[in-house]
Design a protein around this ligand. Structure first.
Ligand SMILES: Nc1ncnc2c1ncn2[C@@H]1O[C@H](COP(=O)(O)OP(=O)(O)OP(=O)(O)O)[C@@H](O)[C@H]1O
Length: 257
């Protein structure tokens, strides 16, 4: 089983500290973790540190017994797949092209029939087969987001980081995308971390939650533990009531305080 943990992670943009000695418990593989917290809490920054796009001022990210800072760029890219929040879609490339580029990124650029079939299958599984020949510049926000998820899932990594993968999706697509991400983590025994603003989606899909605020982890554990914690209303600065929904799932209701 693969495990990812953060030890004493600190990071500043210039003189402005964003993460202050952050620690997170080992995240297990085959499961989905939701990273929650208010705007500007540092969720994307934490993903940048884990993926190696930014270097912590102090602390380490440990994957099994390996300090990720000791890995070269290529090895780190292979082991950690990061889907950023924003998708750059100005290129004159089709959906098929960009998913193929993600597929071949670390494998050399000679494209075989098997590669073509793998991309076609990934697009079908993502429910975007009909967009295969569309230019990425012509996609809606939600379609772009589904392409980003397909680009991530076609890669085989130990850790997948998804920065708000459902923010532009309608209700059905939110459920479909999170169901697919979770099933993929289970099938590959990989670690999945999803930054989410919707606490009800976090409750429904995540096995483990991490609440980030004031540069630290304020709560971590099961949905019950984290979403019923007083840290939720303190951090988001709203009144919160939790209840059990009709299908026994935890539901969070927020009220302006
Ligand atoms: N490149 C940057 N240069 C300077 N400051 C930055 C940069 N990126 C982020 N920040 C600042 O760091 C803080 C954390 O930002 P980050 O994007 O990590 O938060 P977040 O939790 O992902 O936010 P959101 O939920 O709004 O996407 C914010 O105050 C932000 O203004």
């Amino acid at each position: 089983m693969t495990k990812l943990s953060g030890e004493n992670l600190s990071f500043s943009y210039g003189a402005r500290p964003v993460l202050k000695g952050l620690e997170f418990d080992p995240l297990p593989s085959g499961k989905l973790t939701a990273l929650i917290g208010p705007n500007a809490a540092g969720k994307s920054t934490l993903f940048r540190l884990i993926s190696g796009l930014a270097k912590p001022a102090a602390g380490h990210v440990i994957l099994n017994d390996t300090n990720l800072a000791s890995l070269g760029t290529r090895e780190r890219l292979k082991r950690i797949c990061f889907m950023p929040q924003y998708f750059a879609a100005n290129a004159a490339l089709t959906v098929f092209d960009v998913v193929m580029m993600a597929h071949k990124q670390l494998r050399g650029w000679r494209v075989s029939g098997a590669d073509m079939a793998a991309v076609a299958q990934a697009l079908e599984e993502a429910g975007i087969g009909h967009l295969s020949q569309a230019y990425v510049s012509d996609l809606s926000g939600g379609q772009s987001q589904m392409v980003s998820v397909a680009q991530a899932l076609i890669r085989h990594s130990d850790v997948y980081l998804f920065d708000e993968p459902t923010s532009a999706l309608d209700l059905r697509h939110q459920l479909e995308v999170l169901t697919r991400i979770r099933a993929t983590m289970m099938a590959r025994d990989s670690i999945g971390v999803v930054a989410l603003h919707d606490l009800n989606l976090a409750a429904r899909f995540a096995d483990h939650l991490i609440l980030l605020g004031q540069g630290r982890i304020l709560a971590q554990g099961s949905a019950e533990t984290v979403l019923r914690s007083p840290a939720i209303s303190e951090t988001y600065k709203v009144e919160v009531e939790t209840s059990t929904g009709p299908r026994q799932d935890l539901t969070v209701h927020a009220y302006a305080s």
